[in-house]
Design a binder for this molecule. Sequence first.
Ligand SMILES: *Cc1c(COP(=O)(O)O)cnc(C)c1O
Length: 364
Amino acid sequence: MPISRLVRDLPSTVPFVGPEALERAQGFPFALRLGANESPFGPAPEAIAAMRSATEESWMYADPEGWELRTALALRLGVGVGNLVLGAGIDDLLGLAVRVFCDPGDACATSLGGYPTFAYHVAGYGARLVTAPYRATATPGHGCTDLSALAEVAHDERARLVYVANPDNPSGTWHEAETVREFRDALPDDAVLLLDEAYAEFMESPSPTWHPEDEGVVRFRTFSKVHGLAGARIGYAVMPASIAREFEKVRLHFGINRVAMAGALASLASDHAARVVEETAIGRARLVAELGARGYVCLPSATNFVGLGAGSRERAEAIVAGLRARGVFVRKPAHPPLDGHVRVTVGTAPQIEAFLAAFDDLRA
Ligand SMILES: *Cc1c(COP(=O)(O)O)cnc(C)c1O
């Protein structure tokens, strides 16, 4: 059968090999799932109840405009309903962004080793990825993402899109709001900043506020992390209304299921997320302190995970393999200069204990 040239020439790689595939390969299930930054605290009880009753309505398509959820989000964020586009998670929305903004061959800039789904969509829509390396070190509020190097690449390559996650994944580090705003101003006038704020709720310092009609930036948020709804697949993007209308031309209008929308709406009304943020900060401090006591320094983190410094790529790989052999799923950054780190999701208190026990067993 004839395959399009674009697809035929794509590499057969996926952004993430799932823990389920790893389990099938290794022949035993993971006891601790700390490799995908899913919320160990689960969804809000109110969200679970709302989703239960929504299952009975699953014979109906969901409202393709997602009006109720977008209205609730608009009120919360102080933007118009027309500034919001819903998607099946940020991963879905990133693909739409590349499709909306890029012609084949257009340059898209991001950090080398940054969130892989963006690179996946850039390739999948025939655009061209250009990168700047991360910086090896960070301080609180001044993260590993090298914003000046990214701005330079964006100018040199005349990038259409510049993707930055703030806080960043896989490093967990972050830049202060003012720095991110200055970064946007330093980009080429016709470049669009895709600002992935998957972990924004975990930040103590405020994320940058933009006027929703600001032409230069599209922001992405998700219910997968702090709201604990990763498996429900729902997220949203904030952008000028005129751009949202362009997204509407290519968006899969029935692509978000009713159950997910009901869960997201109930979660917004719950105080669960605030408690998750508190518990995560406590657990993260404990994990960092315990690892520090064992001689391991972590990168500063404003997320629900930490970047454990292993000293070298080889040692980081050995830790990932050793933990997996002990039933603990974690991941690590693939590219220098962050490839000597192991990324560990902050678990519940018992999960942190179990992680440390496995870690100590590995080092013994
Ligand atoms: C987890 C994560 C996502 C995925 O979000 P979904 O809404 O589940 O698709 C996107 N970006 C970053 C930086 C993430 O860490």
